[in-house]
Design a protein around this ligand. Structure first.
Ligand code: SF4
Length: 494
């Protein structure tokens, strides 16, 4: 039986060819106090495109009305000059979506906007609320009607049902009910409100551009518009910006931080700062630590571009090996890819990656990748490298084995589909067809970030910091699992 599929049927095809990754959550951007707020939001979304490619939207307000434009596709496909011109006003919130909860369609595209007691209220959300289903069922049983299947709408309903007298009270009431991961931007006709969940799962940064206040999932969005990064929104902090100034409030008491460590491994751009740390630095450290834990005799180091480039550079530096470009990535493969006709040879992973034969032929190659989810793409890549003439292929992964799904806003397959949940290290090595396989240990990964105690690592160790099932037991999945826990990701030489 293939270890690539429980039950023996191999799920060879991921969402797009060469696509076997955790998927980014969403990107959000907000601006208050700029006459061209929607245009700034457009550029902000453009810089955050890597966090979501299914839909994009901007809601902008001019003190009298909150207007929204949303569409399916990439930011540049959704917005033209006329769309942006219609979004007049000095404040805007914006959203790139990769769906993690709810179906993929325009109804679920954000920002969501409703008319409630406080006037127009829009929301853009990055994350996943683990109690959204339970809250929704409760409200539906009392007559609430939902327009979308998105967990974000639950927050709007909670705010609309609040008895508080003003917007801030309504939002505080709503946010006190939710559990899970969430960085939020809310907009009314006059105010912009930012909120980050008390555990700080998802990033949210504050920036300044002249007198304007900005918010973004990653600081690379500030760089594009020459804005400056001020600081992160603190976990549990609610920031209200309107014509009277800025208020900083708290929702709930102080709680332990559980920032998503995968932001540093894969999601965030290396030119961003998230959770107060440079992504490039953390990622480079992961490659260096990987080289210390899993050295090997080889001729060159290559990366699986682009997300592994920085870790591969770190590996090569410590290993004293030459870093080469051995794979070329086609950046334009995506939703619009048309499969070849039946009878034509499947392009497979070659649609996305092509080997550089002159670099690989006759060489012993270390391939560095950031993570392995199902392993289907990697197996094909390894085959391709050997066909291109690589003498040996040594695979090094700059994160520990992913053996548990994420419930905090990342699109992951079920545990049964995760390669590391079903196979021993030697079985994985054989199945992937590599000469040696080395994963970064969890202890090693923790040395790559400042304040490692502030990070969630549940997809590696199965210890869920916030109960995903409402059972009162954060580790319920681990306890309920009939499968044995994966082998310890302790340092081990191949
Ligand atoms: S489970 Fe993994 S992907 Fe999900 S929030 Fe935790 S570290 Fe991030």
């Amino acid at each position: 039986m293939s270890i690539f599929a429980p039950g023996g049927s191999a799920p060879e095809q991921a969402a797009t060819p060469g696509d076997d990754r955790f998927h980014e959550e969403c990107g959000i951007f907000g601006v208050h106090g700029h006459p061209e707020a929607a245009k700034l939001a457009f550029y902000g979304l453009y810089a955050l495109q890597h966090r979501g490619q299914e839909s994009a939207g901007i809601a902008a307000a001019d003190g009298h009305a909150l207007r929204v434009h949303r569409g399916m596709g990439l930011v540049a496909e959704v917005f033209g000059p006329l769309d942006l011109a219609r979004l007049e006003g000095h404040l805007a919130i914006a959203h790139n979506r990769y769906s993690t909860y709810g179906q993929v369609n325009l109804v679920n595209a954000q920002p969501l906007v409703v008319n409630c007691r406080a006037g127009m209220l829009g929301v853009a959300h990055n994350g996943n609320l683990v109690n959204a289903g339970e809250l929704r069922r409760g409200m539906e049983s009392e007559g609430s009607i939902f327009q979308s299947t998105s967990d974000t709408e639950v927050v709007l309903h909670l705010a609309a049902r609040s008895r508080a007298r003003d917007l801030v009270g309504m939002l505080r009431d709503a946010l006190a009910h939710i559990r899970g991961a969430g960085s939020f931007l809310f907009a009314t006709e006059r105010a912009l409100v930012a909120y980050r969940d008390p555990h700080g799962f998802r990033p949210l940064a504050i920036g300044k551009l002249g007198g304007a206040t900005l918010f973004a999932s990653e600081t690379c969005a500030f760089d594009l518009i020459d804005a400056t990064f001020e600081r992160d929104v603190a976990p549990g902090e609610l920031i209200v910006v309107d014509e009277s100034g800025t208020q900083h409030l708290r929702v709930g008491g102080e709680q332990a931080r559980h920032q998503c460590i995968f932001e540093h491994i894969y999601f965030a751009r290396p030119d961003s700062k998230v959770f107060g740390e440079n992504v490039d630095r953390a990622r480079r450290r992961s490659g260096k630590q990987l080289a210390r834990e899993h050295p090997v005799e080889a001729d060159i180091v290559i990366s699986v571009p682009d997300s592994s480039n920085t870790a591969a550079l770190g590996y090569a530096q410590v290993a004293g090996l030459k870093y080469e470009i051995g794979l070329i990535r086609n950046h334009y493969v995506g939703r619009t890819f048309i499969d070849p006709e039946p009878g034509m040879r499947s392009f497979g992973v070659r649609v996305k990656f092509n080997p550089v034969v002159g670099v690989l032929r006759g060489r012993r190659v270390v391939v560095v990748d950031d993570s392995i989810v199902r392993g289907t793409t990697m197996r094909k890549l390894v085959r391709m490298l050997r066909l291109a003439g690589a003498l040996e292929v040594h695979l090094r992964i700059a994160s520990p084995p992913i053996a548990w799904p994420c419930f905090y806003g990342i699109d992951t397959p079920s545990r049964a589909e995760l390669l590391a949940a079903r196979a021993s290290r030697e079985e994985m090595r054989t199945a992937l067809g590599v000469d040696s396989l080395g994963y970064l240990s969890l202890e090693g990964l923790r040395t790559c970030v400042e304040d490692p105690q502030n990070y969630c690592t549940a997809c590696f160790d199965g210890h869920y910091p916030v109960d995903p099932f409402g059972t009162g037991e954060p580790d319920a999945l681990r306890r309920a699992s009939l499968e044995p826990a994966p082998e310890s990701p302790a340092p081990r030489s191949p």
